[in-house]
Structure formats: C-alpha cells, structure tokens
Write a protein that binds this ligand. Structure first.
Ligand code: B12
Ligand code: SF4
Length: 488
C-alpha cells in the first residue's frame, strides 16, 4: 500500500516565524508512525516547511497514495486540513485521510470535515498500525469502531472509539524510520547547532502547569525509553547534534545516571540539547555537571516570569529562586540556557520593563519572551475561553495576545516587540565566548553553521522587532471584544 505522511508548514501570511530561525526539528511524529507500518508498504514523508507548496498536489497525483496522514499542532490546523482537502480533491473517495497530533487529540471536533476520514486521538503508533491493516484487508473507510483511539464522523454524527491505552514503556515501539527523511538531511537545527537529529526519549510530565496540555495529552503518566535504547539511537544517527524532544528530560535520576554510564562506556561524542526544569538543576548540580561532560550543551526551561506570584498563578510548582540559581549553575558549567518567559496581556509598561531587566540580570544566553495565552486543552483554556478575542487557530502561537490587553493594543505590541533588543544585555558576545572558550571543541562545531544562523536571525529580527508584524497578522481575524462562547 502507498502511504503519504505530511508535515504541514505554518501559515505564510505575515507569520512571525520564530521556529524558522531558531528551532526547526524533523517530523518525529511521522517517522514514528511510519516505522510501525513500513513492512510491506511504500511510504513517503513530505515536509512542507522545506518544499514549495505546489509540489504537494503534484506528489499526490503522481504517487497516488491509498492513505494520506498529516500531523498537526494548533497553529498548523488549517494548513493540515488543507493537505487532506487537497488529497481528497485529487484522488476522491479512494484515498483514506487521517489527521493526528496535539490539536486533533485535544479538540477532535474541530476536524469534522467531509474530506477527513478519521482523527487519531493520542499516541499514534498502534492506532496507525491497526488502521493500515484494516484498510489492507479491504476494510471500509467508515467501519472503524474496532480500532481504539479514533474519532470519525458518519453523516455528521461523531463516533469515538475506545480510548487508546498508552504503552507502558517506549521501548516497545520500533525506532522512528528516519531514513524516510534522508532527502531532508542536514536541514534541521537549533540556532547554530546543525545538522541536528531529534529523538524523543520520554512522553509525559509529572507536573500540571495550567497553560500546558502535555500532562493531559499523556494522561498524567510519564513513560521512558531506556538509557540503552537512547544510546543506541545516538550512535545510529550521523548528526553531531541531537535534540531530545522530551517535555521534561530532567526527571528519573536513575535513568539519567545510566545514560551517562552508557555514553561514557560507548565513548559517544555527540552534543545534545534538552528541555528541563530549573528545580531539578538546582537539586542535582553534580549530575548536571556529569551530563555536561557527556555532551549536554543546552537546557531549554520555562522560566515563565520574574516573580513568585507569576509562577504560582501558572501552577508551575517551582520557585523564582530556583530559576535564578539554575541560570547561574548552567553558566558555571558552560551549558547554554534557553529561558522562556511570558508577558501577560494585562501587563503595564512597568511590568514589561521589570521583566526585561530581570532577564538581563539573570544573564540567560538565549532568552525568549512569549505571550501568555490559553491553548486548547489546557486548564487555562477552560478558565479563560470566554475572554478570547478570536477563534482563529493561526494566532494561538504564543506570539499574539488572544485575550484583551490592558494597554492599547498598539502600545502593548510596541513593548512586546522590544523583548529581543531589550534583553540583549543578557546575551553579550563576551559572555557567550567566555562560555565557549571552556568548550573549544564545541566552539568549533558551532562555528560551521554560525553564518547561516546569523543570516536567519537577521531576517527574523526584522519581523519580531517590528510591532506592526503582530498587528498585521491579526488584521481581520481578531475582534475588539471577547467572543461570547467558543465550544471545545
Ligand atoms: C519539536 C517541537 C516543535 C518544533 C516543530 C515540530 C514539528 N515537527 O512540527 C518547533 C520548534 C518548530 C515547534 C514550534 C512550536 N511549538 Co512545538 N513542540 C515540539 C515538541 C517539543 C516535540 C514534537 C514532537 O516531535 N514530538 C514527538 C512525537 C512523536 O509526538 P507527537 O507529535 O505527539 O506525535 C504522536 C501523536 O500525537 C500521534 N500523531 C501525531 N501526528 C500524527 C499523525 C497521524 C496521521 C497519526 C495517525 C498520529 C499522529 O502519534 C505520534 C506518535 O505517538 C512538542 C512537545 C511534544 N511532547 O510533542 C511541542 C508542542 C507540539 N509545541 C507546542 C507549541 C505551543 C509550539 C509553538 C506554538 C510555540 C512557539 N511559539 O514557539 C510553535 C508553533 C510553531 C508553528 N507551527 O507556528 C505545543 C503544542 C500545543 C498544541 N495545542 O498544539 C507542544 C505540545 C508543547 C507543549 N508543551 O504544549 N514545536
Ligand atoms: S510546562 Fe513543562 S513542567 Fe509544566 S506541565 Fe508542561 S511540560 Fe510539564
């Protein structure tokens, strides 16, 4: 059977494009589900972020897939739907179309269209495997009730099959079929860490922050790939840089120690980046140092705000003091920290200034400031959905204010768009160099892709530093008063 899996591109119309310049990863969702059905099938993966848009219809017409699957986060929803619309328009009812990922899982009903045959809810490996086998055996497109983890619509009636149970350990899954994206080799990066591979080594998070739906997506459970398997996957990839995609890599100390042992024993010489919490860093300084010695070069953490009350209001279950200490510990060991901070739509001019000053004081090498917003599926959504000024999912990218701002909107964006220039003191070239001089091999590795990164960054800065970029994006799709009720 021929199967086409598509990674959509974010919307083009005046988009901010943070991801294009800073962090751009391979489509791991697609390589993961592809691996499970590879045997006996011909699979193509198409990453629209790296292709000309007009190539998709051409590919569909030439390849004539029996199944087209697309992955989707909230911001990508319309583009993902357009992919499936395109497939149905070209191939008609003979093609089976399916959408999966974070947004479809958290809000399956928003994908109720005649050109979408099914929505995959939750973990996709087993669901996709069973679906392909059903279709391979001549099963009908709308007789899917025996396959767990699906939502489909029959004559506008929503049919939800039994919940897909999550595998206990990630070791049971086949390793992602990365060879299916060989044609995009060397295209993925984090800043100048490039070429970069991406590996997911755990799923879920034990914390319950109110702005994040990870713990709901994974049903408050956390599952791991064993240290041995992580080391195998590191050895198997050619890339010198690896991003571990886990939402919270810094947990399960026993596994991290075992990973260090595996890396040391096998003499793996890769540089790797993670997402992790500051409380773990503070509580485990020695282990952090050992992780550094095993190749850790960057930790991305949600610092969120510049005071305790902000962290508490987000149910972060962490302290402002931990954030400050963690930033210092990472600097001490020449590990780059990427700190994500949030401004709230109700910020005053003073609050913007205080946040930027706090970031500079913390000397975070890579600070990023986003806008507090309720994303579908989060507790914050349930609390704030009546304040929303738009239903347009393209704006749910953490870079637009989707609830009313206290300052006039233009003024709000004038202050927000300053974040990049206002936090420059945090990231001085002297500070970066003084960290890298202690890791000369890393300095050399990062230098190779630095000119390309610099170019990308210059282009990005033109957009993110300009308040009119944000206003232009929302033109015509944002109301001045909250919409009354939006059902999810
Ligand atoms: C890497 C990453 C990115 C990459 C891009 C990844 C990509 N390929 O598109 C970059 C850095 C560009 C990025 C950007 C953003 N991201 Co992001 N990102 C991630 C991260 C950390 C890993 C994604 C991943 O590869 N996971 C591994 C795969 C295996 O898991 P998966 O995607 O869930 O796939 C499984 C199932 O969902 C399902 N499935 C998925 N697709 C399909 C398709 C089919 C057909 C089937 C059957 C099943 C299926 O099966 C898979 C295997 O079990 C996730 C967190 C996470 N835990 O996933 C956040 C996450 C997806 N990102 C998120 C957000 C908010 C953003 C940004 C808005 C933030 C920002 N402002 O920078 C932007 C949006 C960019 C845009 N498009 O406009 C949110 C999404 C929430 C939501 N409601 O959609 C997440 C969940 C993080 C979070 N803590 O909430 N992101
Ligand atoms: S924000 Fe981070 S720590 Fe909080 S629930 Fe999400 S993944 Fe976990």
């Amino acid at each position: 059977m021929r199967i086409l899996l598509v990674q959509p591109a974010p919307f083009e119309n005046g988009r901010i494009g943070l991801e294009n310049a800073l962090w751009f990863t391979e489509p791991v969702a697609l390589t993961s589900i592809a691996a499970e059905v590879e045997e006996g099938n011909e699979i193509k993966i198409f990453d629209m972020r790296l292709e000309e848009a007009d190539q998709l219809p051409k590919l569909i017409a030439d390849f004539k897939p029996r199944v087209v699957g697309v992955t989707c986060m909230t911001t990508d929803a319309y583009q993902a739907q357009a992919v499936l619309h395109c497939a149905k328009s070209i191939l008609g009812e003979q093609v089976f179309t399916i959408i999966g990922g974070h947004h479809p899982t958290l809000d399956p009903s928003s994908h109720n269209f005649p050109y979408i045959d099914a929505v995959a809810v939750g973990e996709g490996e087993e669901t996709f495997k069973e679906l392909i086998s059903h279709l391979d055996n001549g099963g009908a497109h709308n007789e899917l009730s025996h396959i767990d983890g699906l939502v489909y619509f029959q004559n506008n009636e929503k049919i939800k099959t039994a919940k897909r149970s999550q595998e206990k350990s990630m070791d049971v899954f086949k390793k992602p079929a990365r060879h299916l994206i060989d044609h995009y080799k060397n295209k993925y990066f984090f800043a100048s860490a490039s070429p970069m591979a991406a590996i997911q080594t755990s799923r879920g998070c034990e914390f319950t922050c109110n702005f994040c739906a990870i713990w709901q997506f994974y049903e408050k459970k956390i599952r791991f790939l064993s240290a041995e398997k992580i080391a195998d996957r590191m050895e198997e990839c050619d890339e010198q840089f690896v991003f571990f995609l886990d939402d919270n890599f810094l947990t399960n100390k026993k596994r991290l120690v075992k990973l260090c042992e595996e890396i040391e024993r096998r003499k793996i010489k890769k540089y790797w980046m993670i997402q992790g919490r500051t409380d773990f860093i503070v509580a485990n300084e020695e282990l952090v140092k050992r992780l550094r010695d095993c190749g850790l070069i960057m930790v991305l953490s949600g610092y969120e705000g510049n005071d305790q009350s902000t962290l508490d209001s987000l149910k972060k279950d962490n302290s402002w003091e931990n954030n400050q200490k963690a930033a210092a510990i990472l600097r001490k060991y020449s590990i780059f920290s990427t700190g994500i901070f949030m401004v709230r739509p109700d910020f005053t001019e003073e609050q913007f200034e205080e946040l930027y000053a706090a970031i500079n004081e913390m000397k975070i090498p890579i600070p990023i400031v986003v806008i507090h917003m309720p994303l579908p599926g989060t507790n914050l959504w349930r609390e704030m959905k009546h304040q929303l000024l738009t239903k347009d999912l393209r704006l749910f990218d953490l870079l637009h204010a989707v609830t009313p701002t206290k300052l006039p909107r233009k003024k709000f964006y004038q202050h927000y768009a300053r974040w990049n220039t206002a936090t420059m003191a945090s990231i001085t070239p002297y500070r970066i160099l003084s960290m890298l001089i202690k890791r000369p091999r890393l300095l050399f590795a990062l230098m190779k892709a630095y000119p390309t990164f610099k170019k990308r960054r210059e282009i990005l800065r033109k957009t993110i530093n300009d308040p009119s970029s944000y206003l232009r994006d929302e033109e015509g799709i944002l109301h001045d008063k909250p919409l009354d009720s939006i059902a999810v």
